[in-house]
Ligand binder design. Structure first.
Ligand code: ADP
Ligand code: MG
Length: 233
């Protein structure tokens, strides 16, 4: 579904990503891990076509994103870091706007499904700015899912949520994973094995580990946090 081939991205002299490659298939949930500043958000911005890489290529459903950006973007659902939303719109009107931008044929049906899947019924008509962090996150995930994308890219989807909200997001990811390829970034290691079948750890823009959560557990240290520290030290 997604092939990332040797991508590099510099900001001036600073190498934010250096020769990063990986692959994600339908059915995969890849935990994209690394400490703050490792290059996770930058990589996701390159994959979604928001930033252009200096080197390498991104291929989605066998199409290079530079050669067919409209088609490849139609395959992607993206929850950007920090969940930018139009705060003066209600979730309903915001999702209606997203449907127009994405030229969704049956917007009413798509909005109804997204509102139901993300349990937004009780807040669908109030301004987004009045919502709690958990509800705002759900609106962000709803807009990422509304066009039923094959590739879902979630940048820190559980960051700042309470334990119950985190549980709900992980449950949703597990449910979605059967029919999609999913990448979730996080700097919190404990979240990973629960929902992921693959892990990729980056540090200073470079891959330092790729494998299953079980392989990660075997590699170093007793706890996942110890492993993480060893791999990124
Ligand atoms: P992560 O998401 O893993 O925390 P980021 O991808 O946000 O990391 O950032 C990786 C590095 O690139 C950081 O050192 C950050 O300061 C730098 N960086 C990110 N975006 C820019 C930018 N637009 N201009 C300059 N430096 C940037
Ligand atoms: Mg980030």
């Amino acid at each position: 579904m997604l092939q990332v081939n040797d991508i590099s991205k510099n900001f001036g002299d600073f190498k934010a990503i250096n020769d990063l490659s990986f692959e994600v298939k339908v059915g995969d949930v890849m935990g994209f891990l690394g400490p703050n500043g490792a290059g996770k958000t930058t990589s996701m911005r390159v994959i979604t076509g928001y930033l252009k890489s200096d080197k390498g290529s991104v291929v989605i459903n066998n199409k290079n994103i530079d050669e067919d950006p409209i088609f490849t973007k139609s395959m992607i659902g993206y929850l950007p870091e920090g969940v930018p939303l139009y705060l003066d719109l209600s979730p309903y009107l915001y999702l209606d706007y997203v449907c127009q931008v994405r030229e969704i044929k049956n917007p009413k049906t798509a909005i109804k499904k997204a509102i139901s899947d993300l349990q937004l019924e009780e807040v669908k008509d109030v301004p987004i700015e009045t919502l709690s962090k958990g509800f705002k996150r759900r609106v962000g995930i709803a807009q990422a899912l509304i066009h039923n994308p094959k590739l879902l890219i979630l940048d820190e989807p559980t960051d700042g949520l309470d334990p119950l909200q985190k549980f709900e997001v992980r449950k949703l990811i597990t449910k979605l994973s059967k029919t999609k390829a999913i990448i979730i970034s996080t700097h919190i290691l404990d979240e990973v094995p629960e929902v992921c079948n693959k892990c990729l750890i980056i540090n200073n823009g470079e891959k330092v580990f790729e494998g299953t959560p079980t392989q990660l557990k075997k590699k170093v240290g007793k706890t996942l946090d110890e492993k993480f520290r060893k791999l990124v030290k």
